[in-house]
Write a protein that binds this ligand. Sequence first.
Ligand SMILES: [Fe+2]
Length: 133
Amino acid sequence: MKKLHRALERDLDELLAAIRSGGAVAESLRQARGGIQKHYRAEEIFLEKLGMYDPRLATKISAQHAEVLEIAAGAEEAISAGQASDMVSLARRFQALAQHNIIEEERDVFPLADRCFTSAEQQKLERALSENA
Ligand SMILES: [Fe+2]
């Protein structure tokens, strides 16, 4: 599952580089948003299962996902409205929160999954995640 995160991080790094250089922020944002949307959808099954072991953590991660997607939608609206400075500040928040979410998942969620799920369950979940990624 960490492999899937590395691909998202490449998009997020590109977005950050675009923000810093004043480059193609809208394009980088769309690319990163697309990957993130798919990834979060795929992770839903995983979080549902995790919620049986640690509902508070699963809820926190789901709420982070919802917030990242909401910020991305706001950034997209700013692009449509031609509000460049709003778009850049929303893109920054999107990038920071999406990266933070990846770090929290790898620190708190994956180790818990390793303890709670059997290796057969893990494999099944990983397959489902890769198929939807
Ligand atoms: Fe994730």
